[in-house]
Design a protein around this ligand. Structure first.
Ligand code: P1T
Length: 394
Protein backbone atom coordinates (compact mmCIF):
# COMPACT_ATOMS: atom_id res chain seq x y z
CA UNK A 1 0.00 0.00 0.00
CA UNK A 2 1.26 3.48 -0.79
CA UNK A 3 0.33 6.19 1.71
CA UNK A 4 0.18 9.77 0.53
CA UNK A 5 2.87 9.59 -2.14
CA UNK A 6 5.36 7.53 -0.13
CA UNK A 7 7.10 4.57 -1.81
CA UNK A 8 4.75 1.68 -2.51
CA UNK A 9 5.00 -0.81 0.38
CA UNK A 10 6.34 -4.19 -0.79
CA UNK A 11 3.95 -7.08 -0.35
CA UNK A 12 4.78 -9.75 2.19
CA UNK A 13 6.31 -7.77 5.04
CA UNK A 14 3.87 -8.95 7.73
CA UNK A 15 4.09 -12.52 6.45
CA UNK A 16 7.88 -12.48 6.75
CA UNK A 17 7.66 -11.01 10.26
CA UNK A 18 5.42 -13.89 11.28
CA UNK A 19 7.12 -16.78 9.47
CA UNK A 20 10.76 -16.27 8.48
CA UNK A 21 13.08 -18.31 10.68
CA UNK A 22 10.09 -19.68 12.54
CA UNK A 23 9.25 -22.78 10.52
CA UNK A 24 7.91 -25.47 12.90
CA UNK A 25 9.97 -28.04 10.95
CA UNK A 26 13.08 -26.46 12.41
CA UNK A 27 12.38 -28.07 15.78
CA UNK A 28 12.03 -31.82 16.39
CA UNK A 29 8.83 -31.05 18.37
CA UNK A 30 7.37 -28.96 15.45
CA UNK A 31 6.44 -26.16 17.82
CA UNK A 32 4.86 -23.13 16.18
CA UNK A 33 6.25 -20.64 18.70
CA UNK A 34 10.02 -20.19 18.96
CA UNK A 35 11.36 -21.81 22.14
CA UNK A 36 13.50 -19.89 24.61
CA UNK A 37 16.65 -22.01 24.58
CA UNK A 38 18.45 -21.26 27.84
CA UNK A 39 21.26 -23.77 27.45
CA UNK A 40 24.63 -22.01 27.37
CA UNK A 41 26.43 -25.04 25.96
CA UNK A 42 25.59 -27.63 23.33
CA UNK A 43 26.69 -31.24 23.12
CA UNK A 44 29.37 -31.91 20.51
CA UNK A 45 29.60 -35.19 18.61
CA UNK A 46 33.38 -35.07 18.71
CA UNK A 47 35.61 -32.08 19.56
CA UNK A 48 34.55 -29.18 17.34
CA UNK A 49 31.87 -31.24 15.59
CA UNK A 50 28.42 -29.93 16.48
CA UNK A 51 25.03 -29.03 15.02
CA UNK A 52 25.78 -25.33 14.54
CA UNK A 53 25.82 -24.29 18.20
CA UNK A 54 28.63 -24.70 20.67
CA UNK A 55 28.48 -21.94 23.29
CA UNK A 56 25.72 -19.41 24.07
CA UNK A 57 27.82 -16.35 23.30
CA UNK A 58 28.82 -17.52 19.83
CA UNK A 59 25.32 -18.67 18.89
CA UNK A 60 21.93 -19.53 20.33
CA UNK A 61 18.85 -20.96 18.55
CA UNK A 62 16.42 -18.30 19.90
CA UNK A 63 18.83 -15.56 18.78
CA UNK A 64 19.37 -17.16 15.38
CA UNK A 65 15.61 -17.15 14.70
CA UNK A 66 15.41 -13.42 15.45
CA UNK A 67 18.51 -12.63 13.40
CA UNK A 68 17.08 -14.44 10.38
CA UNK A 69 13.70 -12.77 10.70
CA UNK A 70 15.21 -9.28 11.10
CA UNK A 71 17.46 -9.69 8.07
CA UNK A 72 14.50 -10.77 5.92
CA UNK A 73 12.55 -7.63 6.91
CA UNK A 74 15.34 -5.44 5.55
CA UNK A 75 15.76 -7.65 2.48
CA UNK A 76 19.23 -8.33 3.85
CA UNK A 77 21.27 -11.51 3.98
CA UNK A 78 22.47 -11.43 7.58
CA UNK A 79 21.30 -10.12 10.94
CA UNK A 80 23.22 -9.93 14.21
CA UNK A 81 21.77 -9.05 17.62
CA UNK A 82 23.41 -7.30 20.57
CA UNK A 83 22.55 -6.51 24.17
CA UNK A 84 21.57 -2.89 23.36
CA UNK A 85 21.68 -0.41 20.50
CA UNK A 86 24.90 1.04 21.86
CA UNK A 87 26.40 -2.46 22.17
CA UNK A 88 25.70 -2.87 18.44
CA UNK A 89 27.32 0.54 17.80
CA UNK A 90 30.40 -0.40 19.84
CA UNK A 91 30.71 -3.60 17.83
CA UNK A 92 30.42 -1.86 14.45
CA UNK A 93 32.97 0.76 15.42
CA UNK A 94 35.31 -2.01 16.52
CA UNK A 95 35.73 -2.77 12.82
CA UNK A 96 37.99 0.29 12.81
CA UNK A 97 41.57 0.71 14.02
CA UNK A 98 43.61 3.52 15.55
CA UNK A 99 44.28 6.16 12.92
CA UNK A 100 40.95 5.67 11.13
CA UNK A 101 38.40 8.45 10.63
CA UNK A 102 34.58 8.51 10.67
CA UNK A 103 32.26 11.05 9.07
CA UNK A 104 29.23 11.37 11.37
CA UNK A 105 25.89 13.12 11.00
CA UNK A 106 25.96 16.02 13.47
CA UNK A 107 22.35 15.56 14.60
CA UNK A 108 22.20 12.12 16.19
CA UNK A 109 21.20 10.31 19.38
CA UNK A 110 23.05 11.81 22.36
CA UNK A 111 24.23 8.39 23.55
CA UNK A 112 25.88 7.64 20.18
CA UNK A 113 27.48 11.09 20.37
CA UNK A 114 28.79 10.31 23.84
CA UNK A 115 30.10 6.88 22.79
CA UNK A 116 32.04 8.49 19.94
CA UNK A 117 33.40 11.54 21.72
CA UNK A 118 34.03 10.09 25.19
CA UNK A 119 35.05 6.51 24.43
CA UNK A 120 36.01 5.93 20.80
CA UNK A 121 38.07 9.10 20.50
CA UNK A 122 40.40 7.68 23.16
CA UNK A 123 41.17 4.82 20.79
CA UNK A 124 42.74 7.32 18.41
CA UNK A 125 39.87 7.22 15.98
CA UNK A 126 38.88 10.68 14.77
CA UNK A 127 35.56 12.12 13.53
CA UNK A 128 34.17 14.92 11.49
CA UNK A 129 30.60 15.87 12.33
CA UNK A 130 28.70 17.13 9.28
CA UNK A 131 25.15 18.08 8.42
CA UNK A 132 24.54 15.12 6.10
CA UNK A 133 21.25 16.64 4.91
CA UNK A 134 23.65 18.26 2.45
CA UNK A 135 25.41 15.24 0.88
CA UNK A 136 28.14 17.44 -0.61
CA UNK A 137 29.28 18.11 2.97
CA UNK A 138 29.76 14.37 3.46
CA UNK A 139 31.84 14.34 0.26
CA UNK A 140 34.07 17.17 1.43
CA UNK A 141 34.56 15.67 4.90
CA UNK A 142 36.01 12.43 3.52
CA UNK A 143 39.73 12.10 4.25
CA UNK A 144 42.44 9.70 3.14
CA UNK A 145 41.88 7.66 6.34
CA UNK A 146 38.04 7.73 6.36
CA UNK A 147 36.70 4.21 6.82
CA UNK A 148 33.09 4.79 7.89
CA UNK A 149 30.21 7.20 7.35
CA UNK A 150 27.53 7.08 10.07
CA UNK A 151 24.14 8.67 9.54
CA UNK A 152 20.75 8.64 11.22
CA UNK A 153 17.66 9.37 9.18
CA UNK A 154 15.29 10.68 10.38
CA UNK A 155 17.55 12.22 12.98
CA UNK A 156 17.02 12.22 16.72
CA UNK A 157 15.51 14.65 17.73
CA UNK A 158 15.31 17.14 14.85
CA UNK A 159 13.76 14.82 12.24
CA UNK A 160 16.29 15.77 9.57
CA UNK A 161 16.29 13.51 6.51
CA UNK A 162 19.44 12.30 4.78
CA UNK A 163 19.29 11.23 1.14
CA UNK A 164 20.57 7.67 1.66
CA UNK A 165 21.01 6.93 -2.05
CA UNK A 166 23.02 10.07 -2.70
CA UNK A 167 25.24 9.60 0.34
CA UNK A 168 25.79 5.97 -0.59
CA UNK A 169 26.92 6.97 -4.09
CA UNK A 170 29.43 9.40 -2.56
CA UNK A 171 30.67 6.79 -0.07
CA UNK A 172 30.94 3.98 -2.58
CA UNK A 173 33.25 5.93 -4.83
CA UNK A 174 35.72 4.70 -2.16
CA UNK A 175 36.04 0.95 -1.82
CA UNK A 176 37.28 1.07 1.77
CA UNK A 177 34.44 3.17 3.29
CA UNK A 178 31.38 1.59 4.92
CA UNK A 179 28.03 3.40 5.14
CA UNK A 180 26.10 2.72 8.36
CA UNK A 181 22.50 3.95 8.62
CA UNK A 182 20.72 4.13 11.98
CA UNK A 183 17.14 3.25 11.00
CA UNK A 184 15.74 3.21 14.54
CA UNK A 185 13.16 5.98 14.03
CA UNK A 186 11.38 4.29 11.11
CA UNK A 187 12.09 0.55 11.52
CA UNK A 188 12.37 -1.78 8.53
CA UNK A 189 8.61 -1.40 8.00
CA UNK A 190 8.98 2.20 6.84
CA UNK A 191 12.55 2.30 5.47
CA UNK A 192 15.04 -0.25 4.11
CA UNK A 193 18.45 1.42 3.82
CA UNK A 194 20.26 -1.62 2.34
CA UNK A 195 18.07 -1.24 -0.74
CA UNK A 196 19.21 2.39 -1.00
CA UNK A 197 22.91 1.51 -0.85
CA UNK A 198 23.76 1.28 2.87
CA UNK A 199 26.29 -1.39 3.88
CA UNK A 200 24.98 -1.86 7.42
CA UNK A 201 21.59 -1.01 8.91
CA UNK A 202 21.75 -0.27 12.60
CA UNK A 203 18.84 -0.62 15.06
CA UNK A 204 18.08 0.03 18.61
CA UNK A 205 15.55 -2.83 18.83
CA UNK A 206 14.59 -1.33 22.17
CA UNK A 207 12.29 0.96 20.15
CA UNK A 208 9.76 0.11 17.43
CA UNK A 209 10.94 -3.39 16.50
CA UNK A 210 10.28 -4.70 19.98
CA UNK A 211 7.66 -2.02 20.55
CA UNK A 212 6.64 -2.93 24.09
CA UNK A 213 9.14 -0.96 26.22
CA UNK A 214 10.36 -4.09 27.97
CA UNK A 215 13.60 -5.09 26.20
CA UNK A 216 16.95 -3.39 25.54
CA UNK A 217 18.54 -4.76 22.40
CA UNK A 218 20.35 -3.73 19.22
CA UNK A 219 20.84 -5.25 15.79
CA UNK A 220 22.86 -4.93 12.61
CA UNK A 221 21.67 -6.11 9.20
CA UNK A 222 23.93 -6.44 6.16
CA UNK A 223 24.41 -8.14 2.79
CA UNK A 224 28.17 -8.51 2.55
CA UNK A 225 29.58 -11.93 3.48
CA UNK A 226 32.85 -10.33 4.50
CA UNK A 227 31.23 -7.74 6.79
CA UNK A 228 29.06 -10.45 8.30
CA UNK A 229 32.05 -12.63 9.06
CA UNK A 230 33.96 -9.77 10.66
CA UNK A 231 30.97 -8.62 12.70
CA UNK A 232 30.00 -12.12 13.79
CA UNK A 233 33.55 -12.57 15.01
CA UNK A 234 33.29 -9.29 16.96
CA UNK A 235 29.83 -10.23 18.31
CA UNK A 236 31.43 -13.26 19.91
CA UNK A 237 34.74 -11.74 20.91
CA UNK A 238 33.33 -8.52 22.40
CA UNK A 239 30.48 -10.56 23.88
CA UNK A 240 27.70 -7.95 24.03
CA UNK A 241 24.97 -10.47 23.21
CA UNK A 242 21.30 -10.46 24.26
CA UNK A 243 19.65 -13.13 26.40
CA UNK A 244 17.50 -15.84 24.73
CA UNK A 245 14.47 -14.56 26.65
CA UNK A 246 14.89 -11.08 25.20
CA UNK A 247 15.30 -12.52 21.71
CA UNK A 248 11.99 -14.31 22.18
CA UNK A 249 10.37 -11.05 23.31
CA UNK A 250 11.56 -9.08 20.26
CA UNK A 251 10.53 -11.92 17.98
CA UNK A 252 7.09 -11.74 19.52
CA UNK A 253 7.01 -7.94 19.12
CA UNK A 254 7.82 -8.24 15.42
CA UNK A 255 4.56 -10.11 14.81
CA UNK A 256 2.60 -6.88 15.15
CA UNK A 257 5.19 -4.47 13.75
CA UNK A 258 3.27 -3.78 10.52
CA UNK A 259 0.00 -3.13 12.38
CA UNK A 260 1.67 -1.01 15.04
CA UNK A 261 3.61 1.14 12.57
CA UNK A 262 0.48 1.96 10.55
CA UNK A 263 -1.25 3.15 13.72
CA UNK A 264 1.82 5.06 14.96
CA UNK A 265 1.83 6.87 11.63
CA UNK A 266 -1.88 7.74 11.78
CA UNK A 267 -1.65 8.97 15.37
CA UNK A 268 1.59 10.87 14.74
CA UNK A 269 0.09 12.69 11.77
CA UNK A 270 -3.08 13.57 13.71
CA UNK A 271 -0.98 15.04 16.53
CA UNK A 272 1.37 16.83 14.13
CA UNK A 273 -1.58 18.50 12.40
CA UNK A 274 -3.12 19.47 15.73
CA UNK A 275 0.17 20.98 16.95
CA UNK A 276 0.67 22.95 13.72
CA UNK A 277 -2.53 24.87 14.46
CA UNK A 278 -1.85 25.49 18.13
CA UNK A 279 -1.08 29.11 19.06
CA UNK A 280 1.49 28.05 21.69
CA UNK A 281 3.53 26.10 19.12
CA UNK A 282 6.25 27.84 17.13
CA UNK A 283 7.11 25.01 14.74
CA UNK A 284 6.43 21.31 14.22
CA UNK A 285 9.11 18.93 12.91
CA UNK A 286 7.41 15.94 11.23
CA UNK A 287 8.74 14.58 7.91
CA UNK A 288 5.25 13.36 6.96
CA UNK A 289 3.80 16.89 6.96
CA UNK A 290 4.11 19.12 3.88
CA UNK A 291 5.58 21.86 6.11
CA UNK A 292 8.73 19.75 6.63
CA UNK A 293 11.45 21.09 4.30
CA UNK A 294 12.43 17.54 3.29
CA UNK A 295 8.92 16.13 2.99
CA UNK A 296 9.43 15.14 -0.66
CA UNK A 297 12.75 13.43 0.06
CA UNK A 298 11.18 11.52 2.98
CA UNK A 299 8.42 10.30 0.65
CA UNK A 300 10.89 9.29 -2.03
CA UNK A 301 12.95 6.95 0.17
CA UNK A 302 10.55 5.59 2.77
CA UNK A 303 7.19 3.86 2.98
CA UNK A 304 5.72 6.13 5.64
CA UNK A 305 6.63 7.80 8.92
CA UNK A 306 6.47 6.54 12.51
CA UNK A 307 5.06 8.23 15.60
CA UNK A 308 8.16 10.40 16.11
CA UNK A 309 7.89 14.17 15.95
CA UNK A 310 9.28 17.21 17.72
CA UNK A 311 7.97 20.72 18.20
CA UNK A 312 9.10 24.05 19.58
CA UNK A 313 6.82 25.34 22.29
CA UNK A 314 6.64 29.14 22.55
CA UNK A 315 8.86 30.17 25.45
CA UNK A 316 11.82 28.47 27.09
CA UNK A 317 12.76 25.99 29.78
CA UNK A 318 10.03 27.12 32.18
CA UNK A 319 7.22 26.64 29.62
CA UNK A 320 8.63 23.26 28.55
CA UNK A 321 8.85 22.10 32.15
CA UNK A 322 5.31 23.24 32.94
CA UNK A 323 3.95 21.60 29.81
CA UNK A 324 5.78 18.31 30.31
CA UNK A 325 4.86 17.99 33.98
CA UNK A 326 1.19 18.64 33.17
CA UNK A 327 0.85 15.70 30.76
CA UNK A 328 -1.32 12.85 32.01
CA UNK A 329 -1.63 10.36 29.15
CA UNK A 330 1.81 11.01 27.64
CA UNK A 331 4.53 9.84 30.04
CA UNK A 332 7.51 12.11 30.56
CA UNK A 333 10.41 9.74 29.95
CA UNK A 334 13.35 8.67 27.81
CA UNK A 335 13.11 6.22 24.92
CA UNK A 336 10.61 5.91 22.09
CA UNK A 337 8.81 3.51 19.81
CA UNK A 338 6.66 1.72 22.40
CA UNK A 339 2.89 1.29 22.49
CA UNK A 340 2.56 4.10 25.04
CA UNK A 341 3.08 7.76 24.22
CA UNK A 342 6.19 9.40 25.63
CA UNK A 343 7.32 13.01 25.76
CA UNK A 344 10.76 14.34 26.52
CA UNK A 345 12.96 17.41 26.60
CA UNK A 346 15.93 16.30 24.51
CA UNK A 347 18.19 19.15 25.66
CA UNK A 348 17.98 17.92 29.27
CA UNK A 349 17.51 14.21 28.68
CA UNK A 350 18.66 12.21 25.60
CA UNK A 351 21.05 14.96 24.45
CA UNK A 352 22.39 16.10 27.81
CA UNK A 353 25.84 14.62 26.92
CA UNK A 354 26.18 17.04 23.98
CA UNK A 355 27.96 20.35 24.73
CA UNK A 356 25.45 23.18 25.06
CA UNK A 357 26.96 25.21 22.20
CA UNK A 358 26.53 22.26 19.80
CA UNK A 359 22.97 21.73 20.99
CA UNK A 360 22.09 25.37 20.44
CA UNK A 361 23.76 25.46 17.02
CA UNK A 362 21.74 22.40 15.96
CA UNK A 363 18.46 23.69 17.41
CA UNK A 364 18.19 21.30 20.37
CA UNK A 365 17.04 24.10 22.63
CA UNK A 366 15.13 24.07 25.90
CA UNK A 367 11.81 24.64 24.10
CA UNK A 368 12.21 21.62 21.78
CA UNK A 369 9.82 18.88 22.89
CA UNK A 370 10.06 15.40 21.39
CA UNK A 371 7.04 13.11 21.24
CA UNK A 372 6.92 9.40 20.61
CA UNK A 373 3.27 9.03 19.71
CA UNK A 374 1.94 5.66 20.84
CA UNK A 375 -1.11 3.58 20.12
CA UNK A 376 -3.70 5.19 22.38
CA UNK A 377 -6.77 6.87 20.87
CA UNK A 378 -5.58 9.97 18.99
CA UNK A 379 -8.48 11.98 20.52
CA UNK A 380 -7.29 11.20 24.04
CA UNK A 381 -3.73 12.18 23.16
CA UNK A 382 -4.88 15.47 21.66
CA UNK A 383 -7.05 16.20 24.72
CA UNK A 384 -4.02 15.53 26.92
CA UNK A 385 -1.80 17.92 24.95
CA UNK A 386 -4.59 20.48 25.01
CA UNK A 387 -4.94 20.45 28.79
CA UNK A 388 -1.14 20.60 29.20
CA UNK A 389 -0.96 23.71 26.96
CA UNK A 390 -3.72 25.30 29.07
CA UNK A 391 -1.85 24.45 32.27
CA UNK A 392 1.34 25.99 30.81
CA UNK A 393 -0.24 29.42 30.44
CA UNK A 394 -2.54 29.37 33.48
O1 P1T B 1 19.25 2.55 24.09
P1 P1T B 1 19.89 1.64 23.08
O2 P1T B 1 19.08 0.42 22.77
O3 P1T B 1 21.32 1.32 23.42
O4 P1T B 1 19.89 2.44 21.68
C1 P1T B 1 20.62 3.62 21.49
C2 P1T B 1 20.00 4.44 20.37
C3 P1T B 1 20.57 4.41 19.11
N1 P1T B 1 20.05 5.10 18.07
C4 P1T B 1 18.97 5.89 18.24
C5 P1T B 1 18.44 6.68 17.08
C6 P1T B 1 18.34 5.98 19.49
O5 P1T B 1 17.27 6.76 19.61
C7 P1T B 1 18.88 5.25 20.59
C8 P1T B 1 18.28 5.34 21.96
N2 P1T B 1 17.49 6.49 22.15
C9 P1T B 1 16.88 6.87 23.30
C10 P1T B 1 16.96 6.16 24.44
C11 P1T B 1 16.14 8.14 23.23
O6 P1T B 1 15.35 8.46 24.14
O7 P1T B 1 16.31 8.86 22.23
Amino acid sequence: MSVDGYLMQEPGFATKAIHVGQEPERWSSSNVVTPIVLSTTFKQQSPSQHKGFEYGRSGNPSREVLEQCLSSLDNGKYGLCFSSGLAAATTVISLLSAGDHIVVMDDLYGGTYELLTEVIERRDITFTFVDARYPERVASAIQRNTRMVWIETPTNPLMGIVDIKQVSEIVHAYEEIILVVDNTFLSSYFQRPLMLGADIVFYSLTKYLNGHTDVLMGALVMNSNELHERLKFLQNSLGAVPSPFECFMVNRGLKTLALRMEQHMKNGLAIGRYLEKHPLVDKVLHPGLPSHPQHQLAKSQSYGHSGMLSFYIKGGLEESQKFLSSLKVFTLGASLGGFQSLAMLSSQMSHAPMPIEDRIRLGITDNLIRLSVGLEEAQDLIADLDQAFKATVS
